[in-house]
Unconditional design. Sequence first.
Lengths: 85, 660
Amino acid sequence: MKEFSYTITDSVGIHARPAGVLVKLIKPFASKCTITKGDKTEELGKLMKVMGMGIKCGDTVVIKVEGSDEAAAAETIENFFKENL
Amino acid sequence: MDYRKCAQEIYDLVGQRENLVSAAHCATRLRLVTNDNSKVDMKKLEDVDGVKGVFSSNGQLQIIIGTGAVNKVYDEFLDISGMTAATKADVKAAAAAKQPLPFRMVKALGDVFVPILPAIVAAGLIMGLLEGMTKIWPDMANSGTYQIFHLFSNAAFVFLPILVAVSAARVFGGNIFLGAVIGMIMVHTDLVNAWSVAGMLENGEVIPQASVWFGLYKINLTGYQGHVIPVIIAVWFMCFLEKKLHEKVPEMIDLFVTPLVTVLVTGYLTLTVFGPIFSTLEEWILIAVQWIITIPYGLGAAVAGAIYPLTVVAGVHHMYNTVEARMLGTGYNTWMPIASSANFAQGAACFAVALKTKNQKFKTLALPSSLSAFLGITEPAIFGVNLRLVKPLVCGMIGGAVGAAVGAMLGIGATAYGVTGLFGFLTCADFIWQYAIMLAVSFAVSFALSWILHRDQTDDGEGEAAAEEPALPEVTCEPGKVYAPIKGNVIPSAEIPDETFAAGVLGEGIGIEPEEGVVYAPFDGEISSTTDTRHAIGISSPDGMELLIHVGVNTVAMEGDGFELFCAEGDQVKAGQKLMTFDIDKIKAAGYSTTTAVLVTNSDDYPGLTIKEGACEPLDCVISITEEEAEPAEEVTETVEEVTEAAEETAEAVEEATEV
């Protein structure tokens, strides 16, 4: 299992658009991805759930990736976070 | 707004023609007199689109519609009801007949004063500006131009009895020119100017007297400059006498007998009876008010400031002009700061409600109402908002009291009357800082209290939602169909002015260019997500469709301002249920597109989506899952063509509408 944490720097946080891009991004991977903020954990593939978490600038989230292609998936996701959020 | 529809709905809700006595309108309200006010469904009237508030006062049903719109609704209303235009005076007369006497008298006073307010306000502002300017350039007082302007500024006050008499004659149904004559008698240049009397007495001069009623007693031959109540009484009597005479006197001699007798009798009684009695009473009123406001430490002003809005509700506040006019005869107008504080506080209380309420309809009413109150016109704020909610009225009264007390302690006085609020600075040129402090205090107290105490009534919200629901057609949801959540114009998602939405990153679907800021549930389902910023809702159907309704583009940056949610995550909703309201104007003002994305986020799970573009009403079917056998390629081409057509049609429709 791969895991990394990231603190959001984008001023409006993870709203609809980045959430949408994220969901698309991980679709090709077989691994199970989750995002955790505080005590709330949601599947990263579920757009509505991710949006509903209301992740804002300054929040720290933990991403967990588990599965056959977890290394590649985690890297893709981490890059996306760093570049966009 | 559809004026015809608004008028028709009002007409139906007030019980149609058989329940209507008369109709008139003022700058903001439709004023109706009904046979039986209890037949009127006030609650439903309030919900009519275009109606900002409804209340019943002084026997009149007053429907607040707003400047600019009210006359159009009124015209339609007359057309629908087949009534003829009544003047406001007619309506008031019809209403007055239903009122107890003291109320009618007070009302008459207001009715007389309101039409002449423009003259008074003009004179007051000129006076204020002149005073202010001579403060800045003291030499100006010696210039000829100043003297001419000064003449303009006090003409309306010197000859006030004439203005009042004309207005009163109109209200009481007499000949306005005879009324004017009575007014002129009272300020005749052969009488000693009332404003000179004090000075003459000081100098030891004798006030000329006249023996009246065959030597029964003597009266001072003084004028009635600045007086109001004796004028109104005199003219009321004149009108009564004139009408009686018209009835009794044979028509042949009516033309010279009636005016002659009217003027002789009224004039004599005015100078010998009404005048002396009522100027004494006026003196007492003035003394009472002056006494109240001289209670030290601002206590008296506080009392006056607190009860002021109540007198506005009763419509007696115009009577203070009398007091103020009298005050100006002897110095500063110290009533004006009290009134101003009271008015400003009502505005502040209303402003707090405007900012805090999540009820969009109320917000759009409360905001302009509060601004109007800041300029001294409090009726919209008091009747439209504060009185209805009670709490803001009380908060405003407290704020007004505190402000008035501060004002009194700072010794503020105005040089004119007729204006309060922000314009009051012009007439308080001697006390700019003090006046600013007073307004700030009354604003702060009132705003803070109102802000703390105001709670949106959840019952009301639900009631509204319930009332709106039946207006929508019942929909039996078919699986795989999305019904329009917003009234507006449907465009393909590819045309949403945002790359991410247009590219289908979040799923395929449509954009809606909204006409109304309400989002209804697009199908029966479960709210799968909402956001803190309230601008987006996720909803999933029992058959697995996931839909995102994202209002506007980039609106996440508005952080919820202008958005209100009526659902929460996990709620089961029915198609057509109100889920969210949003403020179209606010989104535009913030510089964002209002185009709302309605996207099937799991559109990958479906073979394709068929969308219906163009104008849509809520709950029109706008998205349906394409049957497997449909050929997607063709679909797309058609779609594009349709879009172009639809766009052209819309453009045409807009042009037509503009021409009409």
